[in-house]
Design a protein around this ligand. Sequence first.
Ligand code: GLV
Length: 314
Amino acid sequence: MGATLQALIYCRDPEAYRARLERLGSPARLLCAGSPEEAAQLAPSADVLFSWHFPPELYASARRLRWVQAMGAGVDDIVAAPALDRAVWVTRIVDQFGGMIAEYVFSELLARVRDHAALRLAQAQRSWKPFKAGTLAGATIGIAGLGSIGGEIVRKARAFDQRVYGLSRTARAYELVDRGFGQDEWLPFVRDLDVLVLALPLTPATEGVVGARVLEAMRPKSLLVNVGRGRLVREVELVRALQERKLSGAILDVFEEEPLPAESPLWTLPGVTVTPHVSGPSIVDQVAQFFHENLQRFAEGRTLQGMVDRAAGY
Ligand code: GLV
């Protein structure tokens, strides 16, 4: 490998990752940047980048760069960066976020069927008003994207006795679900769903897949849940569909633009829950452990985990 391997850590709090990686015994010299200015200085010295939302224009000066490890599951911003040399490997974190994202989905769905908002309000008003709750059992949930995150949502849906449909690029994943659909079968996929969950990566093939046509094919009582990326959905068309009651509501953790602009109608549309991209938090120790193992593989010339197919975009 010649000169010492140098890995640049870039995120809001790079020192937390450095401390953890040093405790694990890093095979690389670790450099830290917590701002675009620091990253601009250090990018030319990095063989490896371990980062979240690295400023894409800085890839042009990262002439030694051979590998980028994303700190999250989604790599849409990295693979779309024109300045990132095609020969640079990209890896993403796999098998870490599914559990918490699935908890997010079902906590929000349960809060609706059990009407937590009404219960809390009644308690605050010391008002004893019994009502009959709904149930998740027996409903049909459709999960678009059956990777490690979608797969965990399927597993938890089964624990709630739901019928589970799935849409995936690869037919191999259909064995996870009661009915599988291909990427050109959106309309038959959504037609009978009570809940549609988006757990897809954002790629040129998935950008804007949920627009007026798909939303109109959904049942007026159904709900859309997006834990993937905002740009999977055409937001203007979603707003219109919600206003016209083409579907009953949406639970949205991701948006075309983040933070969601204060003037967005989504904040106040009836039936819409807005959360600030919190469904699958990165846990420093776990993400650092994933990178550490990959860094050892890299230093030893072994295959990396979570390798991204840059042409497919994930
Ligand atoms: C978060 O959005 C991630 O991609 O991990």
